[in-house]
Ligand binder design. Structure first.
Ligand code: TRP
Length: 430
């Protein structure tokens, strides 16, 4: 397969904390597995510009970047086979962010979940709508759009809470393409249904913000101690226990095979004591993690080597980003002034034919217009549910001519009789 047809998979992790088992099961492990798929090209990065939105402790961001990078590598990500980099090593990303900012509706960003959550919280507290909201938080989806669109990613593995951001990136891409030509690939979110949302020590979703996490690479003794702290009910050894709603069981399941999980379910029914169940859980996790722990420590102890590795990744990434950014600057008109005459003559030849143009509007629907050789719009469609429907209607119009204009009038904006003659004429030239 050549690079044009290979699927590009891209994802990032925000560098604000120490990776925990939830990050491992939900993000790190599945992306490492996906990166081994030979039919895809992987782009994996440390979203440290995003970290600035949530965290104003410089040393924490620095530390987290090292820890997440080391976790990814220790978990088996092969930087030779994928492009592995730090977002802030790619100056083209903030540059693209600005171009996308200029094609993104402010109203669209008003509806982003993360921003809306802050606004709702402020309302509930009787505060000003945007109290404590930075413009960074507001712009979060645009920066993320730049991450994705820069590398023409087809698939973006993310958690459910991020789906909206991928949809926004698609909209930015189609607005830009509509205005400036086909430059961007429209990305798709991939949400692994089978990937468990891991519960934390208290049974709620494992998350830094609940302070209920088990660090991925804590020393074995510490991990055992933390596992002992997972909440259970107060049933005594010998009493049958329910697997349903048991955080301990769910965490076990995320690491165990189907057979092992079935055996644990039987042990529950047979009344295994919580102490024994916790020991089994610790052993099962440690069996997977222990072999990686040593490499993780070695990487943490050698940050200069990690710097090097990430800079090499950034070099690789920029081999795509730098020329692409040049292309995009050219497309929007940030170009050498001396290219003016050339460009003008180019558009002239390009416009020498009437043509149909398909596009997508802010309402999410698909449209087309028909323009004459001078670029004057003769005909506009109403919205279609899919690009395919729009395409079919274009094909029918081309095939049927004047008759098509009447038959398909319910899909078109009203046409005056004068323009109608021009359309028919231009359809004939096509
Ligand atoms: N917003 C993502 C998160 O918090 C991290 C992220 C930043 C990302 N840029 C991205 C994920 C691009 C996928 C693609 O989980």
């Amino acid at each position: 397969m050549n690079s044009k047809t290979r699927t590009r998979v891209l994802t990032g992790i925000t560098t604000t904390g120490t990776p925990h088992l939830g990050n491992y099961v939900g993000a790190i492990r599945p992306t490492v597995q996906a990166s081994r798929d030979l039919g895809t090209d992987g782009f994996y990065f440390l979203a440290d510009y995003h970290a600035l939105i949530k965290c104003d402790e410089p040393s924490r961001i620095q530390r987290s970047t090292l820890e997440i990078a080391a976790s990814w590598i220790a978990s088996g990500l092969d930087p030779e086979k994928v492009t592995f980099y730090r977002q802030s090593d790619i100056p083209e990303i903030p540059e693209l962010t600005w171009l996308l900012t200029c094609v993104t509706g402010k109203g669209v960003l008003n509806r982003a979940h993360a921003y809306k959550a802050s606004v709702d919280k402020n309302h509930d507290a009787g505060k000003d709508t945007d109290a404590d909201v930075t413009a960074g938080l507001f712009m979060y989806p645009v920066l993320m759009g730049a991450d994705i669109l820069m590398f023409k990613a087809h698939k973006v593995p993310v958690g459910r809470d991020q789906i909206q951001h991928i949809e926004m990136a698609r909209d930015m891409a189609s607005s830009f393409n509509h205005l400036y030509g086909e430059h961007f690939v429209l990305p798709e979110a991939v949400v692994e249904e089978s990937v468990a949302l891991l519960p934390g020590l208290d049974g709620r979703k494992m998350s830094k913000s609940y302070d209920n996490t088990i660090p991925l690479f804590a020393p074995a003794a510490q991990m055992r101690k933390q596992i002992a702290g997972i909440v259970t009910d107060s049933k005594a050894p010998g009493e049958p226990k329910a697997t349903e709603g048991s955080a301990l069981f769910q965490i076990y399941q995320a690491f165990a095979s189907t057979d092992e999980t079935a055996a644990m379910a039987r042990a529950y029914a047979d009344g295994i004591g919580w102490g024994d169940a916790k020991q089994m859980l610790f052993e099962r996790i440690d069996q997977e993690i222990a072999p990686m722990r040593e490499q993780y420590q070695a990487l943490i102890n050698n940050p200069a080597q990690m710097d090097q590795l990430l800079l090499a990744g950034a070099d690789k990434a920029r081999q795509l980003a730098t020329p692409f950014m040049r292309e995009l600057r050219q497309a929007v008109g940030l170009r050498p002034l001396s290219s003016m005459a050339m460009a003008a003559s180019k558009t002239d030849t390009k416009a020498a034919q009437p043509s149909f143009k398909q596009y997508r509007e802010k309402d999410g629907r698909f449209y087309f217009k028909f323009v004459d050789a001078k670029g004057q719009v003769l005909l506009k469609s109403l919205g279609f549910d899919s690009p395919k429907e729009a395409g079919q209607t274009i094909a029918e119009l081309q095939a049927l001519g004047a008759q098509g204009l009447s038959d398909l009038s319910h899909t078109l904006e009203p046409i005056s009789s004068e323009i109608r003659a021009q359309i028919v004429e231009n359809l004939r030239i096509l």
